[in-house]
Design a protein around this ligand. Structure first.
Ligand SMILES: C[S@@+](CC[C@H](N)C(=O)[O-])C[C@H]1O[C@@H](n2cnc3c(N)ncnc32)[C@H](O)[C@@H]1O
Length: 240
């Protein structure tokens, strides 16, 4: 059974996820940085730095949301970044941010589903996804699509929450994720389900070696897994 945000609805995970991110889009950036105490910024920097030596010209940022990961990727000086997402609400916040920063010519945001990407085979030098893959309805299909649109020799970088397994971080993390994050998230975002779905979806996600196995099954090679901040997040990289 897929973990979905709105358990009383019977539409599929993809439409529920899009609806949820539409609902919270106005508060998403604030809650992201507040609830992670800004650590997400460090994780994003670390993930993008893994692409630096390859100097990718064309980057696709999947599940781009409000474009924070795409903006971070500008640091490595690509010619162009395309960001895709299934939430028009998140894309609207992202477009406004890019316009304010004068970055709309470097980063283009468009509607796009990770499981059916609107691009030709072998189109991008690098692919990035931050906190997106956990939300895919069909993880293997989304990863296979990433592989399809990546150029041979190109690299995919995936940043995603994972589960800390060591005492005392495991216990502290469970307490925070179960008792504090949903209460603050609900209060600020006014969405009853989004910040309960977050810990549930992390719990259900195949992290670590399990993710690497699926990543390799769909065709990625030279895969690597970097654990961040006691295992709260992980970066996975793979080449085509
Ligand atoms: C937690 S947000 C991450 C946004 C951004 N990458 C960041 O780092 O802040 C997850 C995003 O994934 C998007 N998403 C979920 N499933 C998707 C899919 N199948 N295709 C494209 N985007 C998807 C959601 O709409 C949402 O904007």
């Amino acid at each position: 059974m897929a973990v979905v945000p709105y358990k009383d609805q019977n539409n599929n995970k993809k439409s529920q996820v899009a609806q949820m991110f539409d609902n919270i889009s106005g508060k998403y950036d604030f809650l992201n940085h507040f609830l992670s105490a800004g650590i997400d910024i460090i994780w994003r920097k670390k993930a993008i730095s893994l692409l630096e030596s390859q100097k990718p010209k064309l980057i696709l940022d999947i599940a781009t949301g409000t474009a924070d990961f795409a903006i971070e990727a500008l640091r490595i000086n690509p010619e162009k970044i395309t960001g895709v997402d299934i939430s028009e609400g998140m894309l609207a916040v992202g477009r406004e941010k890019l316009a304010k920063k004068g970055l709309s010519n470097k980063i283009e945001l468009q509607y796009g589903d990770s499981e059916n990407l609107p691009f030709e085979d072998n189109s991008f030098d690098a692919i990035t996804v931050a906190f997106g893959v956990r939300n895919f309805e069909n993880l293997a299909k989304g990863l296979a699509e990433m592989n399809r649109v990546l150029k041979p020799g190109g690299t995919a970088v995936v940043l995603e929450f994972s589960k800390p397994r060591m005492f005392p971080m495991k216990q502290l993390y469970h307490f925070y994720f179960k008792n504090i994050l949903p209460v603050v998230g609900k209060f600020v975002s006014k969405d009853n389900a989004a910040y309960t779905y977050l810990p549930e979806s992390v719990q259900a996600f195949p992290d670590g070696q399990d993710f690497i196995s699926i990543f390799e099954e769909v065709g990625f090679k030279n895969t690597k897994w970097h654990s961040l901040t006691f295992g709260i997040s992980s970066i996975y990289t793979g080449r085509k």
